[in-house]
Design a protein around this ligand. Structure first.
Ligand code: PGA
Length: 261
């Protein structure tokens, strides 16, 4: 198993600033065994950064894409166009769902488009504050997984990553409790197992996102069933991001040693 550290830059940094920031990351981000690092800059910066990054050190992730491969869709970028530039694509990020009103159907089609084009979708799911208060968390997670992964083939599920990002934890400084994260991860694995079989449920990579920073990364990375982090704000601070990659490397090493005993 690998661990994933993905930095979501959102709508920050222009192309020049992105390039300067990558030069900084290039100096600071360690290459750790079995840790996959990716950054998600703006779509504009993907092409120049694809020429600049050390691909052994980090990969590129797109923040979104449209689900058709080509055609009259003004303003959109397809997964086909991302081929060769990005290895990962965020799909159904909470800001896409809640700010841009993206629907389950769009998200499902996007997951399929990303897979069809040989890239890895990072399907983002998570409940709102209100849904959690109403005791609907399990229901929401199950629904978003069932809908997002509908029509994904059993031969494709191994290429999907899920990011659990409670909406109320994104950009707020409020991180979910470890017990809540573990509970959510359990629900996700059970739902994937229900849809694709036991092995798929056990093996699917699940990341946590929502106000992750250097000071809380370790306990989250150590949480049962968590395979990595999707980091927003803190991924724009080089020592924070590189520090979390380092922690992931340490946690991976500790867990591998523990398993070997
Ligand atoms: P945050 O964002 O780390 O700033 O909370 C996480 C995300 O939106 O993926």
């Amino acid at each position: 198993m690998k661990k994933f550290i993905i930095g979501n830059w959102k709508m920050n940094l222009n192309v020049h600033e992105s390039s300067l920031f990558v030069a900084k990351l290039n100096q600071e981000v360690p290459i750790e065994k079995d840790i996959e690092v990716a950054i998600a800059p703006s779509l504009l910066a993907l092409q120049p950064l694809s020429l600049q990054i050390d691909h052994k050190q980090m990969k590129l992730c797109a923040q979104d894409c449209y689900w058709r491969d080509s055609g009259a869709f003004t303003g959109e970028i397809s997964a086909t166009q991302l081929r060769g530039l990005a290895q990962y694509v965020l799909v159904g990020h909470s800001e896409r769902r809640h700010v841009f009103d993206e629907r389950d159907r769009d998200i499902r089609f996007k997951v399929q488009a990303v897979l069809r084009n040989g890239l890895t979708p990072v399907l983002c799911i998570g409940e709102t504050q209100m849904e959690r208060k109403d005791g609907d968390t399990e229901h929401v997670i199950n629904d978003q997984i069932a809908s997002g992964l509908l029509n994904v083939g059993s031969d494709q599920i191994g290429d999907v990553i899920i990011a659990y990002e409670p909406v109320w934890a994104i950009g707020t400084g409020d991180t979910a409790q470890i017990s809540d994260i573990e509970q959510a991860v359990k629900i996700i694995r059970a739902q994937v197992a229900h849809m694709f079989g036991k092995e798929a449920g056990k093996n699917i990579a699940i990341l946590y996102g929502g106000s992750v920073k250097l000071t809380n990364a370790r306990p989250i990375l150590c949480a049962e069933g968590v395979d990595g982090l999707l980091i927003g704000g803190a991924s724009l601070i080089a020592p924070e991001f590189s520090g979390m990659v380092k922690i992931a490397g340490e946690v991976m090493k500790e867990q591998t040693e523990k398993e070997a005993k």
